[in-house]
Design a protein around this ligand. Structure first.
Ligand code: GLU
Length: 173
């Protein structure tokens, strides 16, 4: 069972997201990551304990006041940095808890459109679907998430941010 946190407000969000993830640590996890908006999406992910992610943030800090964080418990794809959340497709970042049951069928469809996946997760698929919905129909992030989820079956929770809408976090379950 993973942990999901999000922050949108006036304060630097990285420390707030890390604190939120620490409070969810009891749920167990194999890797962790943050996406923070600062004109574009900045991503930091690491395998293992949150202290590894904190060390990465000390080396390479994140500025910005909107972001999402995640502790992952792998269901699809081994624990690794590339499978850790958030998953990003251009200006969209997604963190996800649960399983997209029709992920194989959707992956095949996206592959047939020439899309290469950067991870082995079911999660990355929804990031592509959200990005496609935004591109094809010029939808708001909220409407794009709603449209993308129309293609998904399963039991899940997710949080989504986009550098195109820096004051918004869309959540769904
Ligand atoms: N199914 C997703 C994955 O394997 C999410 C797992 C979780 O809930 O942490 O990345």
């Amino acid at each position: 069972m993973c942990g999901i946190v999000g922050y949108v407000g006036a304060k630097p969000c990285a420390p707030i997201l890390i604190e939120g993830l620490k409070r969810l640590e009891y749920r167990g996890y194999d890797s962790a990551g943050l996406a923070v908006l600062n004109g574009q999406i900045q991503l930091r992910r690491s395998v293992g304990k949150l202290s590894n992610l904190e060390a990465l943030l000390t080396e390479s800090p994140l500025q910005g006041t909107t972001g999402v964080g995640h502790t992952r418990w792998a269901t699809h794809g081994r624990p690794s940095e590339s499978n850790a959340h958030p998953h990003i497709v251009q200006d969209v970042a997604v963190v996800h808890n649960g399983i997209f049951e029709n992920h194989l069928e959707l992956r095949k469809k996206l592959n047939n459109q020439g899309i290469q996946m950067a991870s082995d997760t079911d999660t990355e698929i929804v990031a592509h679907l959200i990005h496609q919905a935004r591109q094809e129909s010029n939808l708001s992030l909220f409407d794009a998430v709603r449209k993308a989820l129309g293609h998904i079956h399963g039991s899940y929770a997710l949080a989504v941010v986009s550098s195109a809408e820096p004051q918004t976090i869309v959540i769904a379950k």
